[in-house]
Design a protein around this ligand. Structure first.
Ligand code: LIP
Length: 259
């Protein structure tokens, strides 16, 4: 039976919605952090929302490999379809009470994303796309901006979870120097969806994870943009550049030498 991306998209949408609905039903537990440290928050709802998304995927596609942020160290079976789940992208925002967070579910065939859903319930936004269907937000088509000069561009970035010896500031400096305005919003998937919607012109982070970008990446590509992995740091961690296409070469030439 050939797998139709539109079928996988239906599951991605339902899984992202179930995760988001569970979090929204538990907003009163917003401060229930399991671990708080200088760079990150690990929240109880991260695990519960992931379980809600996994349950949908496992019942629709039993046996498929699922890469989830909260179980990323669990070895994956080598199946034709791999699901990629970020139960709460923007956990630090969520913990501090900001609505800029989302639930992301992507389906990949041979490591290529064929369907993706990004659900931001507190913002009332649901982004979706597949290789067979257009990029949509709440059912309305998306198109990237036409900005062709970085000096006129709004570029989203992030300081990420940098590790000892890493200095994220040199990337920030580069973005500040080339952009009209930099923005640090704290949820990579919504940053990339903002580029897809033409509300930002580019997004770059030196250290981000596959689960933060996979679902939003196909939304961007189907809206006419480009997502490129500039460097693979291993363990699902990459340097990613997402643009409206017109700005890609200029952003890449400025940022790649810093990696
Ligand atoms: C977050 C990303 C954000 C990045 C943070 C973190 P999480 O993902 O969305 O862009 O700056 O360091 O990686 O941890 O909230 O899923």
């Amino acid at each position: 039976m050939t797998l139709k991306p539109v079928q996988l998209l239906a599951t991605a949408l339902l899984a992202a919605r179930r995760a988001g609905e569970h979090v929204m039903a538990n907003l009163a537990r917003r401060d229930e952090a399991l671990r708080l440290d200088r760079l990150d928050v690990k929240h109880a709802l991260d695990f519960e929302a992931q379980a809600a998304a996994f349950a949908v995927i496992e019942s629709a596609w039993p046996g498929d490999a699922i890469l989830g942020e909260e179980t990323a160290d669990v070895p994956l079976a080598d199946t034709p379809v791999r699901w990629v789940v970020d139960p709460i992208d923007g956990t630090v925002n969520f913990f501090h009470g900001l609505p800029w967070w989302c639930c992301c579910v992507a389906a990949q065939v041979n490591n290529k994303t064929v369907a993706g859903a990004v659900y931001a319930p507190e913002m009332g936004l649901c982004f979706e796309a597949s290789t067979e269907t257009p990029a949509l937000c709440n059912g309305r088509p998306l198109r990237v901006s036409k900005t062709a000069e970085t000096r006129l561009a709004s570029i989203h970035t992030g300081s990420g979870k940098s590790y000892p010896g890493e200095n994220p500031l040199r990337f920030l400096e580069c973005v500040v120097e080339m952009a009209q305005r930099p923005r640090i919003m704290g949820a990579a998937a919504l940053d990339i969806c903002s580029v897809a919607a033409g509300k930002a012109d580019a997004y770059f982070e030196p250290g981000i994870y596959l689960w933060d970008i996979a679902a939003a990446g196909i939304v961007l590509e189907r809206a006419g943009g480009k997502l490129e992995i500039l460097k693979d740091h291993g363990a699902w961690r990459v340097a990613a550049l997402a643009t409206n296409g017109a700005l890609h070469a200029a952003c890449r030439d400025a940022l790649l030498p810093l990696l």
